[in-house]
Design a binder for this molecule. Structure first.
Ligand SMILES: C[S@@+](CC[C@H](N)C(=O)[O-])C[C@H]1O[C@@H](n2cnc3c(N)ncnc32)[C@H](O)[C@@H]1O
Length: 355
């Protein structure tokens, strides 16, 4: 009886935390769809660019059913003791409302950029030689690219709206893959890097499981690292550094695990190879390398159309090549064994171990 009661409490608590969150972001995404429709109707057909695909696109019902499966898996992981009840740490209600206003205020600028296909605003004399050319783009047509404080402040709201409130749950699906290699080991002696850590949301989830694990988060954006520092200020043993994934600031064979969430689809194919080679350099033999990113073509054939539509609406210059990248072969070339792929809604977790 007590275990049944404990299970009921876990499920109610989980629902009480996740359902309002999904409702909030899904609500935004529905409003966004209405706005986009109204804008399409207002604009003359010759100026409106219509996204198109001949591949199958999942129905709304199918998308919601797959999203529900992700949350059931998330709950199952909590019940199995793989991680504690997740805290998404989104801030107060007034923080949420503030970010929602920023999001809607920024929409007209994104729309103008999309219409003009203006994706190089962040490439200018001041930035040109500071970072690689591929990085200096307005990915997703977002204001400030990766470079401004405003972009860092808006990023998580934008991603959660894109994923209907499931982005953190998707990232958490990497935790069972770490649990498999970390369980029973002294976390203080392990080393992990989050590559392209952005605003630090994955590190936050990680720290809820392994609070004493020394973690390095690197990202090429000063603004995102600054935001991550604020978000993670209460977490100990977290070091955050502005660095390029192509040249990680650590010694050979020094890391037990590496993770990267939603970075690889934004890298040109050549840079993807450089980063995987760099990962092979810094991981210890037997170390684990986890990639969390979009589904690829053929992973769920009825999603292929949705994957094709995505880069037509958002500036994602390397996404098409990502869709057909053979990561098992790529990683194999640099000494990794492909362990498994696990689908998580519209994303997947790719797991590799260094030989
Ligand atoms: C789509 S965001 C993903 C952020 C975060 N990992 C997440 O789960 O939301 C991509 C991030 O990768 C960073 N980035 C892109 N190219 C990079 C590179 N070559 N080295 C380091 N960071 C990079 C960007 O600054 C941005 O913060």
């Amino acid at each position: 009886m007590p275990t049944q009661l404990a299970r009921a409490v876990t499920r109610v608590t989980y629902g009480a935390r996740q359902l309002p969150r999904v409702a909030w972001y899904l609500g935004h995404s529905l409003v966004l769809r209405e706005i986009a429709q109204a804008v399409r109707e207002r604009e003359p057909p010759s100026t409106a660019r219509r996204a198109h695909t001949a591949a199958p696109v999942p129905s709304r019902e199918r998308i919601y059913a797959d999203m529900a499966k992700l949350f059931f898996q998330d709950l199952a992981n909590v019940e199995a003791g793989i991680y504690p009840m997740p805290a998404d740490n989104d801030g107060s209600v007034s923080d949420l409302i503030h970010r929602s206003r920023l999001f809607f205020d920024d929409l007209p600028s994104i729309h103008q950029r999309r219409k003009r296909r203006a994706h190089s605003e962040v490439l200018n004399e001041a930035t040109r030689r500071t970072r690689p050319r591929y990085y200096l783009q307005n990915f997703h047509y977002q204001s400030g690219g990766w470079l401004t404080e405003q972009s860092a402040e808006l990023y998580d709201t934008q991603v959660e709206i894109l994923f209907n409130g499931s982005a953190n749950a998707i990232r958490r699906q990497a935790l069972p893959q770490l649990h498999e290699v970390f369980a029973g080991r002294d976390q203080r002696k392990l080393r992990l890097i989050d590559i392209g850590c952005g605003t630090g949301r994955f590190i936050d989830s990680l720290k809820q499981v392994w609070p004493k694990l020394p973690v390095l988060g690197i990202d090429m954006s000063e603004s995102y690292i600054k935001h991550a520092r604020r978000h993670l200020q209460r977490r100990s043993r977290v070091h955050l550094s502005v660095a390029n994934a192509e040249s990680l600031p650590v010694a050979d064979d020094s890391q037990d695990a590496l993770i990267s969430t939603f970075l690889f689809h934004e890298l040109p194919p050549k840079v993807r190879r450089t980063v995987v080679r760099e990962c092979a350099r810094v991981l210890k033999p037997g170390g684990r390398f986890i990639l969390v990113d979009s589904l690829q073509r053929g992973d769920r054939p009825d999603y292929d159309g949705l994957l094709e539509l995505f880069p037509q609406s958002y500036h994602e210059p390397y996404y098409r090549s990502y869709l057909d990248e053979n990561f098992a072969a790529l990683a194999g070339k640099y000494g990794f064994v492909h362990i498994r792929d696990v689908n998580a809604f519209i994303s997947k977790i790719m797991v590799f171990d260094k030989r």
